[in-house]
Design a protein around this ligand. Sequence first.
Ligand code: MEV
Length: 296
Amino acid sequence: MSFYPGKVIITGEHSVVYGHKALLSALSLGVTCEVESSSGVVNHATTDPYLKHILQLCSRELGVRDIETTLTLKITSTLPAKSGLGSSAAVAAAVITAVFEYYGQHLSSAKLYPLVLEAEQYVHGRSSGADPSIVVHGGSLLFQQGVTTPLESDFLTKQTFALVDSGAATESTGEMVALVAHHPEREALIVAIGAVSEAIVSQLQQGKYPVSLIRENHLLLARLGVVGAAAQDIIEQLWRMGIVAKITGAGGKTSGSGFILAWHEDSVFLREQVNRLGVSTIITQLGNNRGKYNEN
Ligand code: MEV
């Protein structure tokens, strides 16, 4: 059995695709996979094209034919899909690890990462590697052009966050990345987000939650066209309550934009206020799952 966590992006979604720094944290929610030899039970992989793709990748790497008909997968997820919480990377990591274990092979994080990245290209089109990286390593980390560095501060792990549901995105991550690619002001907006991300990381490393920089990040993401009306409305309500909020992940345009990452220094106040919104919310810590970061 294997478990891999979901994630949030504190800063750097979309700009990370263009080589800028992103800061990500693992969630305690995630995906579990158990593998058994097939006994006539319906295998998800025969109906789900993403799972089929992951199992074909396992077949190729392990040199074992027909894994998709030989094995039955039992996948349990506490992560909502299409919500910016890293579900596709966590599914890939959990399935690949469980299948390799079934065939007696242990995968180090270093070997798992490129396989999750390859699997995820199927959903992301052009994944930066940020989601596979945090899902595989856990904790909180900085990601830039394939290089990961653990965050040198435990400030984030001591905070309480609310994840506020603005609704699942209609668009896939790949579609949102493509939308940004065609934005007429893309270059300037991405550079600005890159600069804001650097400043956010620096403040967090000094033990401060960068309230106005997170707001700037949100406004830049909204200008980039990745924040839909429903998410914008919730984020404005949160800001009026004095709660710091932004989307996390690829976002969404026509319906929901996934979960909104909300913070306030007073966790009791945060809880009370988000409950007043009348939408589904998750109260959580970040980065406490150290995952397999120290493994080779
Ligand atoms: C998706 O969680 C984050 C994006 O930056 C895409 C990527 O990094 O591949 C939107």
